[in-house]
Design a protein around this ligand. Structure first.
Ligand code: ATP
Length: 454
């Protein structure tokens, strides 16, 4: 069974993810993506961009700043409303998310209802997960935005807590500069910062993370339900493209009474992480809340003019949001396999071939035979212009296979003595472990077809 311990350990040992600043004792829940982690992350971003921007005619991209005008966060309600409920244990002084402590015992989401949370903590004698005491402070709201300062600007500046804000403030620029027609979407990938009360579960919840978000603008009079359903399906399909199984996903629809006043519907896509089902992605119908708020606060008309029907209106918006770090965690968990084989145990990361951090590894059969090394190097030099490749001549072939299996390399190529005569080589498939001889002239086409096949 795949556990978080196994994932965390493999991620560190094999250069996917390291705890950051370890030499200084580490900074709580901050991680660096190592050489294979950054390849995997870039591949997930590329897949997302290709799927939702390049392959669609109704989407455009944007890359807005992390530091945005402070008025944006007032208009969107973040300065007053972007809160989580926190509570401290009076005995050990540890801090917790009050809503999480409460939902563990009453299986109900009391988000925003601080007094009710106080009562549950008292009546159910909820224990501190750390020291076991049951002595709590009052539940308070905590604003999760990171504050900073900026030269030449009075007052607080924030690091964006989500990427979406940058999209709404450029809505007018996009409508004016691009020939977009409703319905259309704006997509963005970037960092977001939240001063989470409790971070944890590896890269599942950190204070600095990346999001891939879309604002999909629609005519308020269109039937939005089928579009909403389609977006949910696309989010699920994307999760499967990361390697997840359908049965490890489920939908959670936010109850009507919990929805923000402007939202018609909000659904989370949850994934079965080793620590239980938790939110992976979200989809919300946000009405015209954001554009209306920014119109009011800025005095600018953020409208869309529908020339065909001679109508002017503020569009409604559907917001599919994807956490990038959580996506990467799903890809690691889904890929992880331990298998008994003839030579012992192997750990194999069965990433979908298109997102594997290294696509092809090239080995000379023996490192002390210059003619084999030379030929293998030539092949490697040629392949690396089109694929992410690794050259390895260290240890016996079996060990080299194990190393590549652990980072999920779909194809390993070995140059042997026959290769010198016949101009062919052995390709070994990560999943089946079968070996095939392929002529060098056909190698690139062979790999392209295998790696990018659907
Ligand atoms: P949660 O309930 O887990 O705190 P949320 O509902 O606050 O998440 P959203 O505001 O909908 O999350 O953010 C959109 C997406 O961003 C989430 O679905 C998730 O994938 C990702 N995300 C949110 N907070 C974090 C975090 N602290 N660390 C990593 N990813 C995050």
């Amino acid at each position: 069974m795949v556990t978080m311990e196994k994932i965390v350990s493999l991620a560190k040992r094999r250069g996917f993810i390291y705890p950051s600043c370890e030499i200084y004792g580490g900074l709580a829940n901050a991680y660096s993506y190592g050489p294979y982690g950054v390849e995997l992350k870039n591949n997930i971003k590329k897949l997302w961009w290709k799927t939702f921007v390049h392959q669609r005619e109704d989407m455009v991209g944007l890359d807005g700043p992390i530091i945005l005008h402070p008025k944006l966060w007032e208009a969107s309600g973040h300065t007053t409303g972007f809160n989580d409920a926190m509570v401290d244990c009076k005995k050990c002084n540890k801090r917790f998310r009050a809503d999480h402590l409460v939902s563990d015992v009453i299986d109900k989401d009391l988000e925003g209802e601080l007094e009710k949370m106080d009562n549950v903590l008292k009546e159910k004698k909820v224990k501190c997960p750390d020291c076991g005491a049951s002595d709590w402070t009052k539940v308070r709201n905590f604003n999760m935005m990171f504050k900073t300062e900026m030269n030449g600007i009075e007052g607080d500046i924030y690091l964006r807590p989500e990427t979406a804000g940058a999209i709404f403030v450029d809505f007018k620029n996009i409508v004016d500069s691009m020939r977009v027609k409703l319905p259309f979407g704006i997509a963005q990938i970037g960092k977001a910062f939240r001063n989470e009360i409790v971070a944890g579960n590896f890269i599942f919840r950190t204070r600095e993370f990346e999001q891939m978000e879309i604002e999909y603008f629609i005519d308020p009079e269109t039937k939005w339900e089928p579009l909403f359903e389609k977006w949910l399906e696309l989010q699920e399909e994307f999760t499967m493209a990361l390697g997840a199984k359908k049965e490890d996903m489920r939908r959670y629809e936010h109850p009507k009474e919990k929805l923000s006043h402007y939202s018609k519907k909000t659904v989370d896509i949850e994934y079965k992480f080793p620590f239980g089902f938790s939110e992976l992605y979200g989809l919300a119908h946000r009405g015209d809340f954001d554009l209306s708020q920014h119109s009011k606060a800025s005095g600018q008309r953020l409208e869309y003019f529908d020339a065909e029907n001679d109508k002017r209106y503020i569009p409604h918006v559907l917001e599919p949001t994807f956490g990038l770090d959580r996506s990467l965690l799903v890809s690691l968990i889904s890929a992880y396999n331990e298998e008994e084989i003839k030579e012992g145990k192997r750990i194999v990361m069965r990433f979908p071939k298109g997102i594997a951090p290294v696509q092809v590894a090239v080995f000379p059969l023996l490192r002390n035979k210059p003619e084999l090394v030379k030929k293998a190097k030539e092949i490697y030099d040629d392949l690396k212009t089109e694929f992410v490749c690794e050259f390895d001549d260290n240890g016996n072939i079996g060990k080299r296979y194990r190393r590549q299996d652990e980072i999920g390399t779909p194809y390993c190529i070995t140059v042997d003595f026959d290769s010198l005569e016949k101009d062919d080589l052995t390709i070994r498939d990560r999943d089946t472990m079968k070996q095939e001889r392929v002529n060098i002239k056909e190698l690139k086409d062979y790999l392209k077809e295998k790696i990018y096949e659907k």
